[in-house]
Structure formats: structure tokens, C-alpha cells
Design a protein around this ligand. Structure first.
Ligand SMILES: [Zn+2]
Length: 356
């Protein structure tokens, strides 16, 4: 009898604590709303999510306020950051080891429209790192599996499935539908093609790679920053590039890089924080070390984004990326890069190298 009484007291105490938390949350939201109205009374009345009807001037319905309350509590993020996210559209190219965590976090955080491109199917020997997929989807399209997972996490956002290989024939049409592109692919021709397409369309590109116990991350073509070709005007020799199918990868490594890709995409979409442009993050899992390396800015001689370049949509469509990189675009590599070439290029070619 006594234990029942103490259990009831504990529950009552927890209820009171939760009520107090809710009250604090309501007060904080009200204060932020007032602050927002004071800062920009006209603009804040039209913030809205394209796929969701909203109930208040800031574009957030009561359900949204509850769902994203921990975002709203962040002073530097708040209502405006969340509203910006809800208005944004992000495309993730690749639903593998990098794309899995990126998609999950982007769906959970409330990106208004989230697209995923992939033509591959779910395989058992990839599931140690492609955590968005479940065993029930083995043999089925990754896009279908990834979209189902995203919808199960957040049914209020728009998930767009592109179940096809990204090629010069469809890349312009697909990428043009989104504000931000996340490159979660694993091969050289795709990286050049996606970067070039982003330059042609004027889209920021969040690029990540992982192999073995190492990963890397940067943002291209953002605020006059460099594109992929500015750093790598010529492709590395194919013999210098390793891939996970041959060399292996610890599953959590692309998981970490994919999370960081989601973070950079969220920063750009919400206009909060400083995106990782003109810098590259290098992650070494074995030594638990993360370094940020300064990389070169936009190259005036770049064939795609340079001062005198005139890389048009038609030139993009006609460009043979397989021939350029001497790698088949359709070959499904588990990951690309983090090859010796890249590090040699970074550490020797750039005189303005620094650590932070
Ligand atoms: Zn460039």
C-alpha cells in the first residue's frame, strides 16, 4: 500500500515538472514571437511551409511548435531558423552509408521538401552502415526504403522519390527542384557531374566521403566559394582511388560524416551558423581526431566556375564524365575518395594551409 502511495506521489511530481516545463516553453515561444514581430512585422506573417497548412503568423502550427520545440528553444535558431527549414528543399544524392544518416536527420528536423535519388537496391552486405534500411526491404529499391523510413519519422514533410540513376540527361531537371544538394555518392564521375550541375544551377553543394577509418567533409559553390573542380581540375588516376568494396569501411564512419552533411545542409537552409566553405573537415576514427584544413578559394582559371568560363547547360549535358574520369558512372562503388591523391594535393598544393 505504501509503495503504491509513493509511486502515485512520484507520478504527480513528474506531472507537475512537465507542466512547469510546458509553461516555460509557452512563455519562451511567446517571447520569441513578440521579438520576431518587432524585428520584421510584415515578413513574418507570410512564412509558411508549402506542404502544411499553418495556424500562426510565424508559419508554425501548434503541432509543429510541439514537434520542434527543442529547436525553438535555441536562442540562435528559434522560430526563424525553423521557419527557414520548413520552407527549404534539400536533395540527397545517394541513399547509402552517407545518405542514410543525412536523410534521417533532415527528415526529423523538418526540412519542407526532402528528395532522394538512388537507383540501387537494398543489400544485406551494405546494411552495417546503411542504417536507414531494414531487413524487410532487402532486394527492394533504396529510394523506396529510405522514403518509408523518413515518412515514419516525420509524416508532416514532403518526401520526393527519384528512383533513377543521376545522369547528365536528368541531373539539371532533378537538381533544379531543390535549394541545397547533398552529395552522398561514392564515385568520381558522379562527384564531378553533381558539382558541375550545382555550378550551372547556382546551388550550394554539401560534399562528404568516407573510406576505411577516415572521412572528409566540405561545402562547395557557396557564397562564391570553390567548386569541386577548383580543387581538382583533373581527376585523380583511377589506380589511386580506393573503394570500400575492396578496402572496407567501418560502418559508423560514414554515419558520422553523413550526420555532419545533414548539419551543414541545415545551417545553410536555416541561415544559422557558418557553413564549411573554403575549409575541409578531416576525420580520423582511429585517433579520434578531427581537423579543419583551410583549402583554396574559387579558382579564376576553373573551367566551370572560373572568371572566363562559359560552362553552359548544353555543355553540361554533352560532357562525358565517364571518359573524363575514366570511371564508369553506372558502376556502384560503395565509396570513393579519401585516396592518397587527395591528401597529397591538399597538403602540398595549398600554401595557405592551417589547422584550427
Ligand atoms: Zn570551380
Amino acid at each position: 500500500m505504501e509503495s503504491k502511495g509513493s509511486e502515485a506521489a512520484r507520478i504527480l511530481s513528474e506531472i507537475e515538472t512537465l507542466k512547469a516545463t510546458r509553461s516555460d516553453l509557452d512563455n519562451r515561444i511567446s517571447a520569441l514571437e513578440a521579438q520576431l514581430r518587432h524585428l520584421n512585422p510584415e515578413e513574418n506573417s507570410v512564412v509558411s511551409c508549402p506542404s502544411i497548412s499553418t495556424g500562426f503568423g510565424h508559419g508554425l502550427s501548434p503541432d509543429m511548435i510541439y514537434r520542434y520545440s527543442r529547436h525553438l528553444l535555441l536562442p540562435s535558431f528559434g522560430v526563424q531558423g525553423q521557419s527557414n527549414l520548413l520552407k527549404s528543399s534539400i536533395l540527397v544524392v545517394g541513399a547509402g552509408g552517407l545518405g542514410s544518416p543525412a536523410l534521417l536527420y533532415l527528415a526529423a528536423c523538418g526540412v519542407g521538401q526532402l528528395g532522394v535519388v538512388d537507383h540501387d537496391v537494398v543489400e544485406l552486405n551494405n546494411m552495417h552502415r546503411q542504417v536507414i534500411h531494414t531487413e524487410a526491404y532487402i532486394g527492394q529499391p533504396k529510394v523506396k526504403s529510405a522514403a518509408a523510413s523518413c515518412r515514419s519519422i516525420n509524416s508532416t514533410i514532403q518526401i520526393v522519390e527519384h528512383q533513377e540513376a543521376l545522369r547528365t540527361s536528368n541531373a539539371l531537371e532533378i537538381l533544379s527542384q531543390y535549394d541545397i544538394i547533398v552529395d552522398a555518392t561514392d564515385n568520381a564521375p558522379s562527384r564531378y557531374m553533381i558539382s558541375d550541375c550545382c555550378v550551372v544551377l547556382g546551388k550550394p553543394l554539401v560534399s562528404g566521403a568516407a573510406l576505411g577509418f577516415e572521412g572528409q567533409l566540405t561545402v562547395y559553390n557557396h557564397n562564391r566559394g570553390p567548386c569541386y573542380r577548383c580543387l581538382f581540375p583533373t581527376p585523380p588516376p583511377t589506380t589511386a582511388c580506393q573503394r570500400c568494396a575492396d578496402s572496407g569501411v567501418l560502418g559508423v564512419v560514414p554515419g558520422i560524416v553523413g550526420c555532419l552533411q545533414a548539419l551543414e545542409a541545415i545551417k545553410i537552409a536555416s541561415a544559422v551558423g557558418e557553413p564549411l566553405s573554403e575549409r575541409m573537415l578531416l576525420f580520423d576514427a582511429l585517433s579520434a581526431r578531427i581537423r579543419i584544413v583551410k583549402i583554396r578559394g574559387r579558382s579564376l582559371q576553373c573551367e566551370v566556375c572560373g572568371e572566363n568560363s562559359a560552362f553552359t547547360r548544353q555543355q553540361f549535358k554533352d560532357f562525358d564524365y565517364e571518359k573524363f574520369t575514366q570511371s564508369p558512372l553506372s558502376e556502384v562503388l560503395l565509396f570513393f575518395l579519401l585516396c592518397i591523391y587527395l591528401f597529397i594535393y591538399l597538403f602540398i598544393s595549398f600554401s595557405n594551409f592551417k589547422l584550427s
